[in-house]
Write a new protein. Structure first.
Length: 115
């Protein structure tokens, strides 16, 4: 009986450790902000020099700023990217079409880009 109690304790401990160290739950994989940036084709207008990304547009008129050292609040930036808010009197050229989770991951990645 003592062995059974010990075995159950070990199994419970292993399951708790596995749950704690396994990372995000199934279906909740961490989103990659850089991959979202590229998938949304943000690099057509914007560079992120710290990530080795250069804008692909040839037109200086269409070229947006390098997104290194962005200090805009995440909420304001999300609204701007969804074309619901202005920054410096202008709306973003293209509305972000991803989910709330994707825009959150994108903004976190952009805000982490520092020189």
């Amino acid at each position: 009986m003592r062995t059974l109690g010990f075995t159950v304790s070990v199994v419970v401990a292993v399951l708790l450790l596995a749950a704690f160290y396994s990372g995000p739950a199934a279906g909740q994989a961490k989103l990659d902000g850089k991959a979202i940036f590229l998938a949304q084709k943000c690099n057509m207008c914007h560079s992120v020099s710290t990530a080795g990304i250069e804008a692909t547009t040839k037109s200086e008129k269409m070229k947006g700023p390098d997104l290194v050292n962005i200090k805009t609040d995440a909420k304001v930036l999300a609204e701007f990217l969804r074309k619901k808010a202005d920054i410096k009197g202008k709306k973003h050229a293209k509305a972000f079409t991803g989910s709330d989770e994707e825009i959150g991951a994108l903004i976190s990645w952009i805000q982490a880009q520092k020189k």
